[in-house]
Every structure is written in C-alpha cells, then in structure tokens.
Write a protein that binds this ligand. Structure first.
Ligand SMILES: Nc1ncnc2c1ncn2[C@@H]1O[C@H](COP(=O)(O)OP(=O)(O)OP(=O)(O)O)[C@@H](O)[C@H]1O
Ligand SMILES: [Mg+2]
Length: 328
C-alpha cells in the first residue's frame, strides 16, 4: 500500500439515481483511530459502504489494505469488521449463535467461529448474557453484540457507523473504551462515525469531515484548531448587548453566548480594541482570555464556513437514526 495508507480513494463518486452522494472523493487514511464527522446526509454511511465494496460506485477508484473496492469486496470484507448504523441482528437468535453465524458468513470454520464468539462476547462485556435471546437485549447490549459480530474474525480495520447511538452513559463509556482498546492493543484501525463530538474526541486521533459528499477536513485532532481563526473570549458584566453591537460596529466578528463574547483575533491590536470599546461603552470586562475551542466548536465553525446551517450537533440526531436505513 502506497505511503502506508490503509484506505485510499481517487475521484470516488457515488450517485443514487440523480442524487450525488459522494462527489469525487480523494482521501488517504492512515492507520489509527479516525472519526468520520458530518451533518445528516453528508455521505458518511455511503463512504463506508463504498469502501466495504457493499454498493457499486459510480466512478473513481478505491483501495482498502491494497485491495480494489470494485473487484475485491470479498477480500476486503474478510479483513474489515463492519458495525452498521441499522439494527443488523436477528432477535430470535441468542448472542452466541448470532456472533458465531457472523463468523461463519465471513468464512470461518464453525468450530473457529464458535470459539471466537465466546472470546469476543466476553471482550464486549456480554459473557453472562451470551445464551440469552437478542430480543431481550437493551440497546447497549445490542450495540455490543453488533461490535462482537464485527470483530469476530479479528479484522485489521473496524468500521463503526454511529456506535454510541442510543446508549446510556455507562454503555457509551464501555463502547468507547472498547474501541480505543482495539486500536491500542491490536494496532489496527478504527473508523467511527458519530454526531457526538465528545465520543470522537475520546477515541480518535484524527478526523475526516464530510460535507455534501466532499471531504473537507482530514487531519489529526491536535492540528484542527489551526484550521479556524483564533478567538479571544471576553466575559462582559452589564450591557452585553450594547457591547456586542459596539464590537460589530467596529468591524469585529463576534459570537455571543449570553455574557460571553468570542471575538475573532484579526491582528495584534484586537485585544486593545476590545478593551477600548468596553471602556467607551461603559461595560466591564470580567475576564479576557484566548479561547481554546473544543472539537464540537471546531466542527460547528468549519460547517458554518461551508454554509451548512448546523446550529448544534445535538440537532444532527434525528429519530430515523434509531433504526431505519436498510438502504444497502
Ligand atoms: N439507498 C439510497 N437511495 C437514495 N439516496 C440515498 C440512499 N442512501 C443514501 N442516500 C442519500 O445520499 C446522501 C448521503 O447519505 P448517507 O446515508 O451516506 O449520509 P450520512 O452522512 O450517513 O447521514 P446520517 O448522519 O443521516 O447517517 C443523503 O442525501 C441520502 O439521502
Ligand atoms: Mg449514516
């Protein structure tokens, strides 16, 4: 594989009828834990399905672990674990049979699949529930079973489409820890899509952001803050609205959250300018510090720059994500 990338695409295009879902995507993804971010309909699941060779691509090329996504889907799927966003489990099976069956579908012998099913169910925390029917499982247990099915064949790459969807805090933490452990101990690659930035921040070293079928960011999380303009945060006492208006009338860019103003640093005079505007407006600045954006904020700022009207990542969660998409 060129340059050590585990996934590479060139001009990868996917149309669903007249609808362009992936717009000539060029991407190179190295080993590690990668968060795939993007608003609803951005193309995250489509990207996963294309690189898994599960759906036909319209044009362009892609290689996963050196295999061609158009002609070597079977080989790719034998080396990748896929945890889909939809409910892929059979409620009538017990967990052990479900996972064993997943292993057999991936080409494992019945005895090897059975042995691994026990191991991976223990790994995902379902040792004591492995003989229970899936219909009696909570969402967290179902997600853990989906993860067990995805790792039964010890894949080099694990693709998880919204793995924490619908999970309570405890199950969520366990899922994230398990994913991180899979990368740390196995030296493999995890690609994880999520709408929850905290989840991505906890597990991933790198993010790929997709917007309207285009990859708009592909870089280490530690490097992301450099993608956006730096801001200074001023906490205002009395007359926040007056202060906001004054800052804007002086040509400064302001994001206001109640008494907190985040002002884009235009040049070395910006801070002095803010202090002088406050004095003239007769408002008090309680605190003034350089703002360190978290991943959620960086995501929103980048989406804003791209003209995507995403106000908060919580609104990206829609009810259709609790089940639904069986569009493969
Ligand atoms: N089977 C399909 N037939 C037609 N259009 C589809 C199909 N699957 C996806 N699309 C469309 O392609 C675009 C990308 O969809 P995709 O499911 O990849 O987005 P996503 O980023 O995974 O979104 P979400 O966050 O909602 O899961 C959307 O506009 C979607 O409506
Ligand atoms: Mg999706």
């Amino acid at each position: 594989m060129d340059g050590g990338f585990v996934i590479e695409t060139r001009d990868l295009r996917k149309m669903y009828g007249p609808h362009l879902a992936l717009d000539d995507v060029d991407v190179q993804i190295p080993q590690g834990a990668i968060g795939i971010l993007g608003p609803n309909g951005a193309g995250k699941s489509t990207f996963f399905k294309c690189i898994l060779g599960l759906i036909t691509t319209t044009s362009g090329d892609g290689r996963v672990l050196g295999y061609d996504i158009k002609t070597e889907g079977d080989l790719i799927r034998s080396r990748i674990g896929y945890m889909p966003e939809y409910d892929s489990l059979d409620p009538d099976l017990n967990a052990i049979d479900q996972v064993r069956y997943a292993g057999e579908l991936l080409g494992m012998s019945p005895s090897a699949a059975m042995q691994r099913a026990h191991e991976v169910l223990e790994y995902v925390g379902l040792r004591d529930q492995r003989y229970r029917k899936i219909e009696s499982f909570s969402t967290g247990m179902k997600q853990a079973t989906k993860l067990a099915c995805a790792i039964v064949h010890d894949p080099e790459i694990l693709i998880c489409d919204e793995p924490t969807n619908g999970l309570d805090q405890r199950s969520r933490e366990f899922m994230l820890k398990t994913l991180r452990r899979t990368v740390d101990e196995g030296g493999g690659t995890v690609l994880m899509s999520s709408h929850v930035m905290d989840d991505v921040q906890e597990v991933c070293d790198r993010v790929v952001m997709i917007h309207q079928g285009n990859i708009v960011v592909n870089r280490p999380i530690s490097d992301l803050a450099n993608q956006i303009e730096k801001e200074v945060e001023a906490v205002i006492w009395g007359g926040a609205t007056k202060m906001e208006e004054a800052l804007i009338s002086h040509g400064l860019k302001v994001r206001r959250m109640g008494r907190v103003m985040r002002v884009t640093i235009e040049d070395e005079n910006t801070i002095e300018q803010i202090i002088s505007i406050a004095a003239k407006s007769e408002v008090q600045i309680r605190e003034l510090r350089e703002y360190e954006p978290d991943l959620e904020d960086i995501f929103l700022l980048i989406m804003d720059k791209l003209g995507a009207r995403v106000k908060g990542t919580s609104e990206l969660m829609t009810s259709e994500h609790t089940g639904g998409d069986r569009s493969v």
